[in-house]
Design a binder for this molecule. Structure first.
Ligand code: CP3
Length: 335
């Protein structure tokens, strides 16, 4: 029944579950219709009725195996009292970081601000009892990047310019670990079957900082999540060959690979941990032959291996909804 959970927990290679990162989003006309009427993105995420409806949109259209809750990783800085806005064409813009205030934020303060997320999860679970519902959170490092940089980092991001005060940074990391664990546990209580941790900016870390800022914080969170029965998928984007060390040190229940990772290498080097994703979302903008060739490459490599079909990053806004249907049908036929 819960295909994603079976694939991960039983290392079951027989089913090939499929879902897409950013499956609920701007490539869907029905999402854009709601979005236009709701210019404040954070408020939209905190409208449990609409968040549940948006979560279900791609399931209604494509009958995917999992519904990821419509929310955002930046709700954690928001819940900690940092201002978060989404400006058109600019992406997220965060307010000044008031570290002392953030460190003083209690679990209760945090939950008062973000609890509609949990309500939305319960609504989705009620409406889709047969599907896997995915809750998620940003990893501490990725959240730290947004909180310190106050916007998405660019190519010229310099770790040592942004991390000036090691001691304060460590305190902030510890606070983030607590709040992320709380947020994940509340999502599980509300009905999430699987959790994904997005470390979208892991690839920005210098190699000698990976333990401090990426592996250890993610491992700590996995240890802090009370209900260990719910599988955790980790997505440390941009790690390259360090994906192997990540799997060894963090031992996630499932590992999501980005499109720079060679899938054959991943199959041979990631300790037999169930693998998710990999295909480049830009290929979805090409013609059907090119798409089919690439989908078949992943299916062939991961045949007989516990694999969840997904992409190596989120669906791009210019993707045609019919492409998602096309890929879903291809994968289904291979089951
Ligand atoms: O369908 C889903 O995947 C669920 C919803 C979801 C969103 N954001 C909705 C969203 C998820 C899982 C996220 C995660 C997220 N948010 C990440 C990690 C994954 C990744 O992309 O690396 C990050 C880094 C963010 C932060 C964020 N949110 C950025 C940088 C942006 C702006 C640029 C962009 O990619 O859209 C957002 C906005 C956002 N989050 C939108 C959606 C649907 C677009 C909002 C809009 O309509 O303008």
């Amino acid at each position: 029944m819960n295909k994603l959970v079976e694939c991960i927990s039983n290392r079951d290679s027989s089913y090939l579950p499929i879902w897409f990162m950013r499956q609920a989003g701007r490539y869907l006309p029905e999402f854009k219709e709601i979005r236009i009427k709701n210019p404040n993105f954070i408020n939209l995420c905190l409208n449990s009725e609409l968040a549940a409806e948006i979560t279900i949109q791609p399931i209604k259209r494509f009958d995917l195996d999992a519904a990821i809750i419509f929310s955002d990783i930046l709700l954690i800085p928001y819940g900690l009292g940092q201002k978060v806005e989404f400006k058109k064409g600019e992406g997220p813009v965060l307010g000044d970081l008031k570290i002392e205030e953030i460190l003083k934020t209690t679990a209760q303060n945090f939950l008062e601000k973000v609890s509609p997320v949990y309500k939305a999860i319960s609504k989705v679970k009620e409406k889709l009892p047969q599907k896997s519902v995915i809750g998620f959170a940003g990893a501490p490092w990725t959240l730290l990047v947004y909180m310190l940089n106050q916007k998405s980092p660019k190519k010229d991001f310099d770790f040592f310019k942004v991390i000036k005060n090691e001691k304060l940074t460590q305190k902030l990391l510890a606070k983030l670990e607590d709040m992320i664990s709380l947020h994940i546990n509340e999502q599980i209580k509300a009905g999430a079957d699987v959790i994904q941790i997005f470390d979208s900016w892991a690839g920005l870390l210098p190699k000698n900082q990976l333990f401090n800022f990426c592996y250890n914080p993610s491992k700590n969170i996995i240890n802090k999540v009370n209900n260990k029965k719910k599988p955790i998928i980790c997505f440390p984007r941009g790690l390259g060959k360090e994906y192997a060390e990540y799997c060894e040190k963090v031992s996630p229940h499932c590992i999501s690979i980005d499109y720079d990772v060679d899938p054959q290498w991943a199959k041979n080097n990631l300790k037999g941990i169930p693998i998710q994703g990999g295909m480049d979302p830009k290929i979805l903008l090409k013609d059907e032959n090119a798409i089919k060739k690439e989908v078949e490459k992943y299916l062939k490599i991961f045949s007989g291996y516990p694999y969840i079909f997904n992409l190596g990053h989120g669906v791009l806004p210019d993707t045609k909804p019919e492409t998602i249907r096309y890929i879903t049908n291809l994968v289904r036929k291979k089951r």
